[in-house]
Design a protein around this ligand. Sequence first.
Ligand SMILES: Nc1ncnc2c1ncn2[C@@H]1O[C@H](COP(=O)(O)OP(=O)(O)O)[C@@H](O)[C@H]1O
Ligand SMILES: N[C@@H](CCOP(=O)(O)O)C(=O)O
Length: 322
Amino acid sequence: MAVYTDVSPEQLEAFLSTYDLGRLRAFKGIAEGVENSNFLLQTEAGSFILTLYEKRVNPADLPFFIGLMQHLAARGIDCPQPVKNREGVALGTLAGRPALIATFLYGTSVRRPSVANCAALGTALAGLHRAGADFTASSRVNALSVPGWRPLYEQAKDRADTVAPGLSALIADELSVLEPAWPSGLPAGVIHADLFPDNVFFTGEELTGLIDFYFACNDLLAYDVAICLNAWCFEPDGAYNQTKGRALLAAYRTVRPLSDQEIAALPMLCRGAALRFLLTRLVDWLNVPPGALVRPHDPKEYLRKLRFHRSVTSPADYGVAS
Ligand SMILES: Nc1ncnc2c1ncn2[C@@H]1O[C@H](COP(=O)(O)OP(=O)(O)O)[C@@H](O)[C@H]1O
Ligand SMILES: N[C@@H](CCOP(=O)(O)O)C(=O)O
């Protein structure tokens, strides 16, 4: 569950009184999510999401995340729109935490994405990349790109083999391949960087919302595509589903073409994306605080994906032709 900070009705009423959202009708904590405390608010003006930012979010990054959501929403992307208080300010403080009220998005996330869901995701991802192209008000370095991986490995290497035999050596080998060969010079811009199925809402087959922009940053656009191929196109048995990959990539390319260089780099980018999530999951898995209510994500899922990418010989294996 993800409510780390309790908020009393009195605190919330006082906070809400600085907004033009009417009186509070109801509020409840949201169990999903792992990073921040989220609440569903019902006020006289409708439904909203209240987020209290917890320890892993750097307050210095909040203007980037909030500015980005405002920018994307203004360009027609279905993402949470930060709500400003009567003084025109979106970011406030509640229960000692930085706090944001944002618009509520309708729809539900899918557990097992279909081919049609993958295609819709590809279209939405390319739309997000295009809409973010002129977001220049601020920028954010991707702390979880190549330079961030080795420090994570250092934290995990001594105990990695308790998760899977040989894992420590395999990660060391990956780092020695990826660090010197990581693509450069590809088109870059704002990426979501965590557009997993739990962060995408559908109503039927229609994609109705993208949420959780708290890993967004400036990085290679094709790296975001690689993150999504990893998150959307593998089956529960660990097999890559080329039909889903083909649908995702083809839909993406109808909105934002991929260059030959980006396509050629896909195998390396997919490997890197798998390693990035393997590493963060591994560190979290090995450091679950006693009594924690949040269940860490399984690092072995990303180990299986990484093994697939190591066996890839051509971008065509992902369902794309250059
Ligand atoms: N704007 C929104 N509209 C509707 N539901 C939302 C919205 N933002 C968050 N949620 C709900 O809150 C849950 C957790 O949000 P998320 O941003 O993924 O949290 P975390 O960053 O803590 O992982 C989501 O799974 C969703 O159910
Ligand atoms: N998507 C990441 C974990 C981040 O969780 P989120 O709830 O903030 O999307 C993973 O699967 O490892």
